[in-house]
Structure formats: C-alpha cells, structure tokens
Design a binder for this molecule. Structure first.
Ligand SMILES: [Fe+2]
Ligand SMILES: [Fe+2]
Length: 259
C-alpha cells in the first residue's frame, strides 16, 4: 500500500511563511510522499519560494514538486528551485523520480503540462506561427510523457502535473477557459504510457475527481478545491483505494489567483 499526500496551488506569497507549517509535522504518520502540483507561489518570486521552502523544511517524507504557470511569471524559477532544493525538495520539470516504499518502487513523473482544450473544442496545430507554437508546446510535453511512462519500470506510476489532462475535474470552471486549463493530449499520453494515479492543480473552481478515457484516476488537488493542506490517496495493486482529507479544519482559499 502506497500513501500519497498531494496538494496544488498553495500560492505562497512573501508573507505566507508558517501558513502550512502546522499541518506538516508528523506527515510520515499518514503518507509516504508529499506531492505539490504547481503554483507554489503567487508571482513566481524567489522570496515567495523561500517562504515555502522554510515551511517544507520540516516534512519528514520525500517532497516532490512541479512548477505551475504562476511560478514562471517573474522569470525567477531557477531561484525558486534552488530554495526548494536547499531543503531537500525535488523539483521535476519533464523528469521523473523513483522512490522505494516498503519494498515497492514508486515512479513519480513530473511536468507542468499546458493548455489546448479537450475533445471537440481544442486548438489545432494549424495557421499562424503563434498558434502552432501554443499547440506544439503541449504536443511536445505529451510525447515526452507517453515515452517516459512507457519506459519507466516501477511497481506504481504516478503523474504529477499542473494543467489538467481531462475536462472532468474542470466542472465548475467557465467552459470558455477550458483550453487554458489543460489538454486531452496529456490524457492520451497517460493512457498510452500507463499510470496508476494523476494529480494536477490549476483549476481552482473545478472538482476533485475524474478519470482518463482509459480509466486512470485523475485528482484535482488544487487547494481551493480540496480546501485542506493535502489529501492522502492510498494505492494498492487493486488501484486507487480511498482518499483521506487532512484531519485539520478546512482552509480558506489561498489568495486571489484564478488559476
Ligand atoms: Fe495555475
Ligand atoms: Fe493556481
């Protein structure tokens, strides 16, 4: 049994230091790994990254993160990465990490993902250079994801990303912005490569539960959605067993960001 704690969109500001800290002590009693699904910061400043790193320092299980769109806003993502790595957090950007949990190998495949939309309402790789560039950014990530999942040799495969691979978990968001919230190409890659669980964020007004067309469970762990410092998902060979929210009282929404 593997216990995965996940949250996205914690959106730390420079004054957020201490906000998550009280909930992170003793995390090893309820989870084997803590995954952060991007939008770690509000405007992507090093100072915000440092505030989050100071809180994550106390986590006693491996912490693995991906960046979200907010973390790129100020062009300081290398500084944010350095702060996080300084306290032992692994930041994945089209890369993967292999853990061992009670004799089982757990592969975490991490990427930001990108937009483009979903079946029947998606951008296409056609026309202006700007549109091609937009769609090809997602295509390249989807191709990488499919190949990485195919080649990854692990008992459990977990995809950690910021954008959504499915529209299920976007219910509650305005349909007009779905193309900026994720892409079906990512779900196709997950189904082709195989995975046991996908965690994403970015859709603050969405819902928690969805699945790829191939049946891989997808969970939107954006903090404004789960309203807790993390949810814990328990995996075993029979698939996703159960989700346990953090026992603490529900948290208020972190900041004003929309996605
Ligand atoms: Fe986002
Ligand atoms: Fe966000």
């Amino acid at each position: 049994m593997i216990r995965v704690a996940g949250v996205g969109d914690v959106h730390y500001g420079k004054d957020s230091r201490g906000r998550l800290a009280p909930y992170l002590d003793g995390l090893d009693r309820v989870a084997d790994v803590y995954l952060l699904a991007g939008d770690l910061t509000q405007v992507g400043s090093v100072e915000e990254g440092r505030a989050l790193a100071d809180d994550l320092r106390r986590v006693s299980v491996p912490v693995i993160a991906v960046f979200g769109n907010h973390d790129f806003h100020s062009g300081q993502e290398s500084g944010i990465r350095a702060s996080l790595e300084g306290v032992g957090v692994k930041v994945l950007e089209q890369s993967s990490s292999l853990l061992e949990v009670r004799g089982k190998s757990v592969g975490i495949v991490g990427l930001k993902g990108f937009g483009g939309g979903f079946w029947g309402a998606c951008a296409t790789d056609f026309g202006e250079a700007e549109m091609k560039s937009f769609v090809r950014t997602t295509k390249r990530q989807a191709e990488w994801l499919r190949e990485r999942l195919r080649s990854l040799n692990a008992d459990y495969k977990i995809v950690l990303m910021h954008y959504s691979p499915v529209s299920d978990t976007l219910a509650g968001e305005k349909k007009e912005i779905y193309p900026f919230l994720g892409s079906y190409l990512l779900a196709e890659a997950i189904d082709a490569g195989g995975a046991d669980l996908v965690l994403h964020g970015h859709a603050h007004h969405g819902i928690e539960k969805g699945a790829t067309p191939g049946g891989v469970p997808v969970r939107n762990v954006a903090m404004p959605v789960i309203r807790h410092p993390f949810n814990v998902y328990t995996l075993n060979k029979g698939g996703l067993v159960q989700a346990h929210p953090h026992p603490a009282a529900a948290l208020a929404e972190p900041g004003e960001a929309d996605m």
